[in-house]
Design a protein around this ligand. Structure first.
Ligand SMILES: *Cc1c(COP(=O)(O)O)cnc(C)c1O
Length: 426
């Protein structure tokens, strides 16, 4: 299935091409609002959500809020019928605020606090994915105190290696996530004994940015056979939550095929007769967003040419943290420009780890040029920080010819407004 790219060059009569988000020139946004700037395409989010919906029409698709938690992004998806996978009380609040129905929200994560549990129970969400015995016990206590019965799915660790980056692999037995496959049955029998809990389903999530289907296939088969065993032992298992993790094509190589993914999911679910839940994040949001940055300086050393740009690891940490490779394109592109030069694109932060892209062949750059960092819609803005007292990039949503600012870049006064001198320093 081909999903259209929402960020494309449009050629002007003079032969110069300029990158657009749908029908809006990125240069216009950069000039009006300033850089660094995240730009999301409403159409891009829609097409990617619908591509999954098309191959899994009966599934509950719970968008992983941590991949992009801007409320406008969430609302775009909730208006298409998306649910949400949340991993904190903050994300739960955002999801509800942006209009996601509580009955379409699942709460994952290894470290839920009692406050977060109470918020989830009071909101009456679909299910809480529990990852350990002590968490199960605490949830029971909180549910009894809230006068409710918590809908529980146990997150099972199927001991499958997702063959992805170590920091985003979550389904091996040495990872901190989920309950070992063999202990799952014990947890379900515990649920039966505790009055504040009821079992509703079973869950897993084996990692992020998977580029092959085999690990999914192995994990899903294990999960569905466990679901069958549990059902046969009298446990209530209505749904299987297969988690997220579908990888995207950052480098231009073949991406994972969604139809084939859907087949694996459906086969596993059909074998168990359960409702399907999936929790995609990156697959939906990554290609639907770019980060625009401006060249500050060109610095030539004996070894290299550096383009020092105005976005940095605080805005976009994926290259530094995961050695992630993102395509970088000039926003203006002249057909007849000079030969390409090999440059490192780096940020202003005082760490050698602060880079956006290394050894890229680009048309010669100069101060003021605009660059577009692609596939930055997932784990970009949502992982940003204020390191170096830099306010994280602003955010814009585009839809057709329309655009609007969906996150204002804070001023330094706003940044420090949360801080105080200690009482004796005033
Ligand atoms: C992060 C996460 C996801 C989403 O992962 P993607 O790789 O972005 O699809 C889904 N479920 C859980 C529990 C997660 O922690």
């Amino acid at each position: 299935m081909h999903i259209k790219d929402s960020f494309t060059y449009i050629e002007k009569p003079d032969g110069e091409k300029s990158m657009h988000a749908e029908e809006v020139p990125l240069a216009l946004l950069a000039n009006k609002i300033g850089t660094p700037l995240y730009v999301y395409s409403s159409l891009g989010l829609t097409e990617r959500f619908n591509a999954l919906k098309k191959v899994l029409p009966a599934a509950l698709i719970c968008f992983s809020i941590k991949s992009n938690s801007n409320i406008s992004v969430i609302r775009t998806l909730s208006s298409l019928g998306s649910g949400a996978d949340v991993v904190s009380g903050g994300e739960l609040h955002r999801a509800l605020h942006a209009g996601i129905e509580a009955k379409k929200i699942v709460f994952s994560g290894v470290g839920k606090t009692d406050e977060e549990m109470a918020a989830a129970l009071n909101a009456n969400i679909k299910q809480i994915n529990v990852e350990s015995v002590p968490e199960l016990e605490l949830l029971n206590k909180v549910a009894l105190a809230c006068n409710s019965v918590a809908p529980v799915a146990i997150r099972v660790n199927p001991d499958v290696d997702a063959n992805t980056h170590n920091k985003i692999s979550t389904g091996r037995k040495e990872d901190k996530f989920g309950v070992p496959y063999k202990e799952a049955i014990y947890l379900y029998s515990k649920i039966k004994k505790l009055e504040g809990l009821e079992s509703v389903g079973i869950a897993t999530h084996i990692g992020s940015q998977l580029m092959t289907l085999e690990p999914f296939s192995e994990a899903f088969r294990k999960l569905s056979s466990l679901a069958n065993n549990l059902k046969n032992s009298g446990h209530n298992i209505q749904s299987i939550d297969f988690g997220g993790g579908l990888g995207v094509n950052y480098t231009g190589n073949a991406a994972l095929n969604v139809s084939d993914y859907a087949k694996i999911v459906k086969t596993a679910a059909d074998d168990s007769g359960c409702q399907i839940i999936i929790e995609p994040g990156r697959f939906i949001s990554a290609p639907a967003g770019v980060l625009i940055t401006r060249v500050l300086y060109i610095k030539r050393t004996e070894a290299k040419i550096f383009a020092i740009v105005d976005s940095a690891m605080n805005d976009f940490i994926r290259p530094s943290l995961y050695d992630a490779w993102h395509q970088v394109d000039p926003i203006y592109y002249h057909q007849k420009s000079s030969p390409l030069q090999t440059v490192d694109i780096v940020g202003p932060i005082c760490e050698s780890g602060d880079f956006i892209a290394k050894e890229r062949d680009l048309p010669p750059l100069t101060t003021g040029d605009l660059l577009c960092i692609r596939d930055a819609g997932a784990y970009g803005a949502s992982m940003s920080s204020t390191y170096n007292s830099r306010a994280p990039a602003g955010e814009v949503m585009v839809s057709g010819k329309e655009w609007d600012i969906i996150k204002i870049r804070q001023t330094i006064e706003e940044l420090i407004s949360q801080e105080n001198f200690a009482r004796w320093q005033k």
